[in-house]
Design a protein around this ligand. Structure first.
Ligand SMILES: *Cc1c(COP(=O)(O)O)cnc(C)c1O
Length: 481
């Protein structure tokens, strides 16, 4: 036996190098031919069964592992990298971001904190976002797994700021008054989840009625705040949505900001969809007022197309974010020098160990430039208007919501008025379009009307893709009747 210790490094680096080059070649092939493939397809049983094998107790060559993946992974991905994927709300990733993920893993740093170049890059990306949102230089922020966590971090900071007690020590039962949060009835469900998790309960979130463009009604917001105040409840925070998930509606940020200032409330903007409109010269005005927010949630994995995951929260008053999360065990004391010196990133959110997700954002922002991302955002909005025109021009189709951003909600009607029948037909159209592999729309229900929903957050989409999709919808609709 003698002097023998194992490690995870390859026994033969040359073999590994060749295989890694092969993986990069395959990845480029996969991406460069994405348009020619189906968007999504159902997995056969052989594939499902392949993923049910027991834990591998002994070794096998990496090329065998990779061969299995080539066969069983790539053909059955979600398809959000495809030009005709417009389901729910996602970005479509990008190759530079994928390389960034790889290099980040090679660097291997833990971004909980530390005196490293990786931490400099993490800080720089947050600084860029502050700059792009018109936030002051001394604001704080942190990269998160996504928008849900970004909103959750912001709501915690808002809660601690408005609690009226040292809530970290006393807990929410120690608060002199219950707090209330307000958002439009179109708000993303992550806010309710956050408030439930924080112990305030779903009832702490008031759903303010929205108008015919699905924007929060400002007088209704003011009435709700006044009524709660009169009843001994403390109005704490308004969550304005810049781009709702259902329809892309934009709340009036300036008006909400003004109310929050007047009422001494926290002004949070859920900008997971719309914050990056600040980069888009033709549509920037839609987020006027976002720079006044106390906190903003952004989602780089949506309109910046960062490979999952990457969210970000910005907080105007850095001390409030720090005071909410700062915590150091005996084993983690900051020093003036050495590896642990500097700002400790984990002092700004729940997470301690964090991945180097900044790099994939940093690389593709540098490569493409902010202006190009702005143009791509404008392009998606133009494409949504084009689809809206096609829908409006066809008597067999009904537009179900105004197109104010990049989301088109419509349904196949062809003279049918029965709501149950319409739901049945349009659900079947959606499923058949998905199963055909031609496109992926999703669906939603607006004011009781079930409809198809096309969220164009995709840098690969072209107008011809939207034409092909509509032709497919009409064909399936006709087949079903
Ligand atoms: C997507 C979205 C979220 C949640 O973001 P995740 O990154 O999916 O966690 C929150 N708010 C809005 C408005 C969104 O569109």
């Amino acid at each position: 036996m003698g002097n023998f210790e194992e490690s995870l490094d390859p026994e033969d680096w040359t073999l590994s190098r060749n295989l890694a080059h092969q993986m990069v070649d395959d990845a480029i092939g996969h991406l460069s031919q994405v348009r020619d493939r189906h968007v999504w397809q159902e997995m056969p049983d052989t594939v499902r069964n392949f993923f049910k094998s027991p834990a591998p107790m002994t070794s096998q060559p990496l090329d065998a592992v990779y061969a299995d993946l080539r066969e069983n992974l790539f053909p059955y991905s979600m398809g959000n990298i495809h030009p005709r994927f417009w389901g729910w709300y996602m970005g479509s990733s990008n190759f530079t971001g994928a390389l960034g993920d790889f290099i980040a893993a090679v660097d291997g740093s833990n971004l909980g904190g530390g005196n490293t170049a990786a931490a400099m890059i993490d800080n720089q990306v947050v600084d860029w976002f502050k700059e792009l949102m018109g936030f002051p230089e001394d604001a704080s922020g942190t990269l998160t797994s996504g928008g849900s966590m970004a909103n959750m971090v912001a709501l915690n900071v808002a809660r601690n700021a408005l609690a009226g007690v040292d809530v970290r020590a006393e807990g929410i039962l120690g608060m002199p008054q219950p707090l209330r949060f307000y958002a439009s009835d179109q708000v993303h469900s992550c806010h309710q989840k956050a408030l439930e998790t924080m112990g305030h309960g779903a009832k702490s979130l008031t759903a303010v009625a929205s108008d015919d463009h699905n924007r929060m009604r400002i007088p209704a917001l003011e009435n709700a705040i006044a009524a709660d105040r009169a009843n001994g409840i403390k109005p704490a925070c308004v969550i304005a949505t810049a781009g709702t998930t259902n329809t892309g509606a934009m709340d009036d940020l300036t008006a909400v900001g003004e109310i929050c200032r007047r009422e001494g409330m926290w002004f949070h903007v859920d900008g997971c969809i719309g914050a990056f409109l600040r980069l888009a010269s033709a549509n920037k005005h839609l987020v006027d007022g976002i720079e006044l927010a106390d906190s903003i949630a952004l989602d780089p994995h949506k309109w910046l197309h960062t490979p999952f995951e990457a969210g970000c929260v910005l907080v105007r008053d850095a001390k409030r974010q720090f005071d909410t999360f700062e915590m150091h065990g005996d084993y983690l004391q900051i020093q003036e020098r050495g590896l642990i010196a500097g700002k400790f990133l984990a002092d700004y959110s729940f997470e301690l160990s964090r991945g180097f997700k900044a790099l994939k954002i940093w690389m593709s922002l540098k490569e493409n430039g902010v202006e190009k991302f702005g143009r791509l955002i404008d392009q998606n909005i133009e494409q949504a208007r084009y689809l809206q025109q096609l829908v409006s021009a066809d008597q067999r189709l009904e537009l179900v919501a105004p197109v104010d951003l990049n989301i088109v909600c419509f349904r196949y009607t062809n003279g049918i008025v029965d709501e149950d029948r319409l739901r049945e037909i349009n659900t079947e159209i959606m499923l058949r379009v998905q199963e055909s592999g031609i496109a992926v729309p999703s669906d939603t229900t607006l004011d009781g009307k079930h409809c198809l929903r096309v969220a164009i957050n995709n840098h690969r989409t072209q107008r011809q893709d939207l034409e092909l999709f509509l032709d497919t919808v009409l064909q399936i609709g006709a087949d079903l009747e």
